[in-house]
Design a protein around this ligand. Structure first.
Ligand SMILES: N[C@@H](CCC(=O)N[C@@H](CS)C(=O)NCC(=O)O)C(=O)O
Length: 217
């Protein structure tokens, strides 16, 4: 299996977490999203140009982070962490939380970032609206985590793979310490081996951006 990704892309980090949790072997293929040549090569392979993308010898291209994770979990059901719980009711809840995190948090964080970087024309009302939306969703997660160790129960699932990269990005700006359950969860997530592996890649890529060896994605 080959994984096309960028270490600073949250959707890529979501899949990396899942692959490390599953202890699945893969060939890493880093795509420099801001480098036109690297992007063109990737678009020849996958025209939408979005990462992450999994390429499997027999199955071909598998796009979309949640689908990639579901595919890996089915492919290696007995290996590593079970990311989609086998029980139907729990698996539906896992998929639901995953969808909500992608749509209501991860994508909103993108809008928030775009507003922030739009220095010439910051729309402060829109920025406040997005901030409020994010806090509202963090409160929703905090309430769930009052009774759950991980987001969907006692063990880590697909939904946690979606959430952890968002918390990593938003931990300072959105003052996670104000949310008791969420900050307990974030502390515990940071001790996870899979997270430590992803963190190493994030730090390495961020340093390369800072010293100018890697363009800003
Ligand atoms: N729904 C997709 C979202 C993927 C996505 O938006 N990836 C971003 C990076 S985090 C990307 O490739 N952006 C480049 C582009 O849109 O051209 C998934 O879950 O994999």
């Amino acid at each position: 299996m080959e994984l096309f990704y960028h270490p600073l892309s949250r959707y890529s980090q979501k899949v990396l977490l899942a692959l490390y949790e599953k202890q699945a072997n893969f060939y890493p293929r880093i795509i420099e999203l801001s480098d036109p040549l690297s992007r063109q090569h990737f678009c020849n392979l996958y025209p939408s140009g979005k990462v992450p993308l999994l390429k499997h010898k027999k199955r071909g291209m598998i796009p979309e982070s949640s689908i990639i994770i579901e595919y890996i979990d089915n492919e290696f059901p007995k290996q590593g962490t079970r990311l989609i719980p086998p029980r139907k009711s729990t698996s539906i809840n896992t998929r639901l939380q995953d969808r909500l995190i992608d749509l209501e948090l991860n994508n909103v964080l993108f809008q928030f970032e775009n507003q922030q970087f739009n220095l010439d024309d910051i729309n402060h009302i829109e920025l406040k609206r997005l901030e409020k939306h994010i806090h509202h969703f963090l409160q929703y997660l905090d309430d769930i985590l009052e009774s759950n160790h991980w987001l969907c129960g006692d063990s880590l699932t697909l939904a946690d793979c979606s959430l952890i990269p968002c918390l990593c990005y938003g931990q300072h700006h959105f003052q996670l310490f104000k949310y008791d359950n969420l900050s307990r969860y974030w502390d515990q997530a940071q001790l996870r081996g899979a997270y430590l592996q992803v963190k190493e890649e994030i730090e390495f890529a961020s340093t390369e951006v800072l010293i100018g060896r890697r363009p800003i994605p």
